[in-house]
Design a protein around this ligand. Structure first.
Ligand code: PEP
Ligand code: MN
Length: 337
């Protein structure tokens, strides 16, 4: 349930409500908004007995949360979450673009990708060091060496790093190197991994599962939030449908739906959704128009030679053009890039 405090409630009254809830075994989430203070409480409501929380001084109203996700819900937190990493904000008025190769392949490849995506205006570099490949015979990523190259690239170019973790065993290493830890589509319901990243101190980019409903996706976010990590960024990357022309079907409606249901920021990955580079630009601008807080786009200095996902990767030149269009659409809806 959510306890909405009166705008006149004093700190002592807020404390007293939280104390009562804690005594009754509730987990508490305090959200001090500009307009009002809201206390989220998760626990067994029958424990409160007849003397409900409504009667405590300073309480305006008590609203039950009927949705299965609580901490991820907008009922719990009305204003959108803004995640700050250094001077980069995700979920604010700036469309943040994460761009770079599917996989880290070499220092030369990564440096060139970083230089070009930075020139085009991106602030966050993506690149996988652990790759979840369908075939065990495909390139699996450079592992720790790849993470080291990402860290070196961050130093040289001043970009933030987002990279995927596939296994709780490599999480401490990934956390050491990454600014944002990515959970890939195949692991969206790997609940042990979700709990582990929920205990780490880095923001988490949570991709939508291959066939996940929006509710399942928000429940996955709930796992992370419930372990104490409030910094979850959702990423729509297409879902599997009967359509086979594109790699997946991009569900752009997920953007306004998530905005309605949740306070968490949402970005869109048109590269993995479409699977074809020529379809990426139009969906990138459409995602921004739909209200996405950012984009994830695969860019490779030489897509024909990419070890992974070359067909959907943009050349730096094409990426530069997309960034110009993205900027125009962002400005048209009162945002910037
Ligand atoms: C990726 O971003 O590198 C990736 C593997 O994406 P997804 O998990 O969406 O397939
Ligand atoms: Mn990829």
């Amino acid at each position: 349930m959510v306890i909405v405090m009166s705008h006149k409630a004093t700190d002592e009254q807020i404390e007293a409500v939280m104390k009562r809830l804690k005594e009754k075994g509730f987990r508490i989430n305090l959200s001090r908004g500009v307009e009002r203070t809201v206390i989220g409480a998760i626990g067994d409501e029958t424990m409160l007995g007849d003397a409900g929380i409504e009667l405590l001084p300073g309480v305006d109203k008590v609203i039950p949360i009927l949705r299965p996700y609580k901490l991820a819900s907008r009922i719990m937190k009305e204003e959108g979450t803004v995640i700050r990493i250094g001077d980069v904000e995700i979920g604010g008025g700036t469309v943040q673009v994460m761009a770079g190769p599917c996989a880290v392949e070499s220092k030369e490849q990564l440096f060139e990708a970083a230089e070009k995506v930075k020139q085009a205006g991106a602030r966050i570099l993506r690149g996988g060091a652990y790759k979840p490949r369908t075939s065990p015979y495909s390139f699996q990523g450079m592992a720790e060496k790849g993470l080291q190259l990402l860290a070196e690239t961050r130093e040289k170019y001043g970009l933030l790093i987002v990279t995927e973790v596939m296994d709780p065993r490599s999480l401490p290493l990934v956390v050491e190197y990454a600014d944002i830890v990515q959970i890939g589509t195949r692991n969206m319901q790997n609940f042990w991994l979700l709990r582990e990243v929920g205990q780490c101190n880095k923001p988490v980019l949570l991709k939508r599962g291959l066939s996940a409903t929006i509710e399942e996706w928000l429940m996955a976010a709930e796992y992370i939030l419930s372990e104490g990590n409030p910094n979850v960024i959702l990423c729509e990357r297409g879902v599997r449908t009967f359509e086979s022309y594109t790699r997946n079907t991009l569900d752009l409606s997920a953007v306004p739906v998530i905005k309605h249901l949740s306070h968490l920021p949402i970005i869109v990955d048109p590269s993995h959704a479409l699977g074809k580079y020529e379809l990426v630009p139009s969906m990138a601008v459409a995602a921004v128009a739909a209200g996405a807080d950012g984009l994830l786009i695969e860019v490779h200095p030489n897509p024909q030679e990419a070890l992974c996902d070359g067909a959907q990767s943009l050349t730096p030149k094409k990426f530069g053009k997309v960034m110009v269009q993205v900027g125009e659409v962002a400005r048209a809806i009162g945002k910037k890039v």
